[in-house]
Design a protein around this ligand. Structure first.
Ligand code: P61
Length: 470
């Protein structure tokens, strides 16, 4: 490319450029340690990116959970914390925000998403009941299993194929679901566990048509539908972009309509809601709420703080309102897509279409020489760190864990390494650095050896497992 045909990103895509709807007020320095230091840090961390010290990481794409930048308004809200044990004014602001934007009636705060998953699983699952869902999520499935439920994956087949460019790969396969209901009986289904933008599938959305049809099917059998609303705002963006009849509707309108087809939701507010800590649980049924409100005091805290400080609830109330602004969501998903588009054009294997919160590298296609039990995605995360100090996360066989019945590994079809983009934190130049690192690691793929697991905790093993090079 000569200087005269140098183009901005917008020009390359034949459109006028747009930019983030904010400017930066405070900065946090980054540090890149040397290759030798990274080798040492990785060995000390047992080749597990969860065990690296944050100080040893350059660009941190481990997760978008609690890693976003709060706005000046949210920080101002932190100063308005009413730290009363009971009835904090911040609780009422937070409660009103969830009611206004998500539309549910009864709301409880929890310390984060899994606190809410714990409570809903205890209250709504009877031992031996099935919990159909659109692909598993690690903590969600574990809480369902600990409560005696049996998770069954009901996502459409397209979701398991990283190369299928289907617009709503998060959809539930309603025929599969009805077959399960008929086979097991509606009384043996605890509820349908529906997630907006399915994390493990690559951040893939559910269509409005699918949730509407799910509502009809569930009503016919008297089954409840609970929503994992963690990244539902991002799901609303994809509906606006891809589904007939929604282009003219706002994210806020789409979000509320989608939630209206469900009976309640749990939330990790550390994602969409733009806070560093927090979660919530919301239902429309008073009797169920009473039980949950009782359980929350056992495991989280009083029902007007749920394990959070008053200031955290204030930041969450403000974050909820900010999170549904159309220009915010466009910039957020747009940044993820920018990274995805670079990698697509360069031929690096990633999950298509690019999802809402992360670009997922397809580790099987990076390392066809590795068997799945040689942990290709864990290996790829380690290689990314060695190459550039960029931290990513394994989402393959290590994350999937073991079948509680047989004790054998689950072998998920997707063996992915997630480059997760925190909200409002990194710039386009950071994305360029990340993309170049993926390319360098891909170029060196043939020389790469796999890993073996040498330490394996019982629950959610991927967080603390240790590996060695083969
Ligand atoms: C993440 F490696 N996600 O994506 P909590 N539902 C959904 C989530 O994405 C989610 C929770 C519920 C994280 C953090 C994390 O295997 C892992 O607030 C769709 O984290 O308790 C969390 O919400 C739970 C990372 C969780 C993991 C589990 O990075």
């Amino acid at each position: 490319m000569t200087q005269s045909n140098l183009q901005t990103m917008g020009q390359q895509f034949g459109r006028r450029s747009w930019a983030e709807p904010w400017k930066i007020k405070m900065v946090e320095p980054l540090r890149l340690i040397s290759r030798e230091e990274r080798e040492k840090a990785l060995i000390e961390a047992g080749y597990n990116t969860f065990l690296l010290k944050s100080e040893d990481v350059y660009i941190d794409l481990l997760t978008d959970s609690g890693t976003g930048a709060m706005s000046d308004r949210q920080w101002a809200g932190m100063m308005l914390g009413d730290e009363a044990y009971a009835g904090s004014r911040n609780f009422y602001n937070f409660e009103a925000a969830v009611q206004t934007y998500y539309g549910y009636k009864y709301i409880l705060p929890t310390h984060q998403g899994r606190g809410a998953e714990h409570l809903i699983s205890l209250a709504a699952i009877k031992r031996g009941q099935y919990v159909p869902g659109n692909m598993y999520f690690t903590t969600t499935r574990l809480h369902q299993e600990l409560a005696g439920g049996i998770f069954v994956d009901m996502i459409i087949d397209e979701a398991h194929d990283p190369q299928r460019p289907y617009p709503f790969k998060g959809n539930i396969d309603l025929d599969k679901l009805e077959t399960l209901i008929k086979r097991e009986g509606a009384e043996n289904i605890a509820y349908v566990s529906l997630a907006g933008t399915v994390n493990m599938a690559g951040g893939q959305p559910v269509s409005m048509a699918n949730v509407k049809a799910l509502r009809e099917l569930s009503d016919r059998y008297g089954i409840k539908v609970f929503l994992d609303a963690t990244r539902m705002v991002e799901n609303a963006f994809f509906i606006q972009e891809r589904e007939d009849g929604y282009a003219g509707k706002s994210i806020a309108e789409i979000l509320k309509e989608f939630c209206s087809y469900t009976d309640g939701a749990w939330m990790s507010a550390k994602k969409d809601n733009l806070v560093n800590i927090g979660g919530w649980l919301a239902v429309n049924d008073w009797t169920l709420f009473e039980e949950l409100r009782n359980l929350v005091v056992v495991f989280e805290g009083l029902h007007t703080y749920g394990g959070l400080a008053g200031r955290d609830m204030e930041a969450m109330a403000i974050g909820i309102a900010e999170s549904v602004q159309d220009d915010h969501v466009r910039a957020r998903v747009g940044q993820v897509r920018y990274l995805g588009e670079l990698l697509t054009v360069w031929g690096s294997p990633i999950v298509q279409p690019v999802g809402g919160h992360a670009v997922f590298l397809d580790a099987r296609r990076f390392y066809p020489q590795l068997r799945q039990d040689q942990f290709p995605a864990q290996t790829l995360a380690a290689e990314m760190y060695l190459d550039s100090g960029i931290r990513s996360m394994e989402r393959g066989i290590a994350s999937a864990g073991r079948d509680p019945k047989t004790g054998d590994h689950y072998y998920p079809r997707l063996e992915l390494t997630r480059l997760t983009i925190p909200r409002r934190v990194y710039t386009q130049a950071h994305m360029d650095v990340v993309a170049e690192s993926v390319r360098a690691v891909y170029d060196a793929r043939e020389q790469t050896r796999g890993l073996k697991m040498v330490y394996e905790p019982k629950y959610l093993r991927f967080f603390q497992a240790r590996f060695e090079r083969l």
